[in-house]
Design a protein around this ligand. Structure first.
Ligand code: A2P
Length: 338
């Protein structure tokens, strides 16, 4: 029988953690046992796995004894605090936070883009930023054949990107508005209902946000091309789940719309949904719960010689986070790296 793994989900009760649990189950990951780790707040609570109730454990340095793989999604500070204990326990951490993404000795992996990078891991593999993953899945097959010179991206990011509390805030504001009550703001800088907020993560002195620079730096690392020119504007929108992106690419070799459609139609992890006459284009409401990254509105950019515009939507909780992490774990298992 092939190897089975002891897996722990760190941050199991969060928006991404719960989906990690669902995806392990759906994809029949070769599990020996599963551990759900969360904070004191979840003490005594239970989560279901394959029909049985599993008690949630309060995270502690001893949590990782006997664990092979940790899928971590409890935030960067928790990952930084516990990584030593995970590595000491000889477990591999696949970390969804930004804590280690840019470290030189940590591979940053999108399985459809740079699966080979898992091989040089030293016990930590980072899962990229959700918007970065969703952008790179359809970008990679185009980059391979036409070499992308420049990317201009604007994102329309759902409240799920701020975790379970972000989604709950949009729902609560909707209920309060409908009841004529005062709207409370906590997780976002402003009311998100009926609004757009061009501010995700902290600002730097040059005017960019950390989210925008994650898209730039992480893409360069994943594509192994520090010279790739990318500029991003990231915006929070009142969608519940699934991030959308308007992506403009300039390539070295000219790409025509037909070729782009053909390349994307056969690209792993991509679904082309592009039929304007029948009003078919990807939208967050309908992509939520799907594994693929959806691409539509494929057009030539007539303002330059070799440019293409794409409208891209991906479920931030699945491909943008939990699914990507589980796919990395599957690669590790497939290559016998653990
Ligand atoms: P808990 O539910 O017990 O607070 P989200 O990204 O949806 O906000 O979820 C964050 C996840 O990380 C939750 O599972 C949360 O657990 C967990 N978490 C947050 N802080 C800690 C901590 N200090 N120790 C352990 N787990 C934590």
């Amino acid at each position: 029988m092939s190897k089975q793994y002891n897996v722990a989900i760190m941050g199991a009760t969060g928006a991404v953690g719960e989906i990690m649990r669902d995806i392990l189950e759906e994809r029949k990951f070769p599990l020996k046992d599963i551990k759900f780790l969360a904070s004191e707040r979840s003490k005594g609570k239970k989560m279901k796995y394959q029909g049985r109730e599993v008690e949630i454990e309060v995270l502690s340095p001893e949590s990782f004894k006997g664990v092979d793989i940790v899928l971590a999604s409890a935030g960067a500070s928790v990952s930084k605090e516990y990584v030593k204990h995970i590595v000491d326990a000889k477990a591999l951490i696949i970390d969804n936070s930004s804590a280690f993404r840019m470290d030189d000795d940590v591979p940053l992996v999108v399985p459809e883009v740079n699966p080979e990078d898992i091989r040089w891991n030293k016990g930590i593999i980072a899962n990229p930023n959700c918007s970065t993953i969703i952008m790179l899945v359809p970008i990679k097959p185009l980059h391979d054949v036409a070499k992308i010179k420049r990317i201009v991206v604007s994102t329309y990011q759902a409240t799920s990107g701020a975790g379970a509390k972000g989604m709950a805030e949009l729902e609560q504001q909707t209920r309060d508005w409908a009841a004529g009550k005062e709207i409370k703001v906590d997780k976002f800088a402003y009311q998100i209902l009926f609004n757009l907020i061009p501010h995700i993560d902290v600002f730097f002195e040059d005017g960019y946000t950390k989210e925008e620079m994650k898209m730039v730096k992480e893409s360069q690392k994943i594509l192994h091309d520090p010279s790739l020119r990318i500029t991003a504007t990231t915006v929070r929108v009142p969608a519940l789940r699934s991030h959308s992106e308007s992506i403009n690419i300039e390539t070295e070799r000219k790409l025509h719309v037909k070729e782009v459609k053909e390349l994307l139609a056969k690209a792993p992890g991509v679904t082309v949904e592009d039929d304007i006459h029948n009003k078919k284009y990807p939208m967050p409401l309908f992509v939520s719960g799907k594994d693929d990254v959806y691409v539509g509105r494929i057009r030539e950019d007539f303002s330059i010689d070799k440019g293409i515009n794409l409208w891209v939507v991906g479920d931030q909780l699945r491909k943008g986070a939990a699914l990507n992490a589980v796919q990395i774990a599957e690669l590790i298992a497939k290559e016998g790296l653990k």
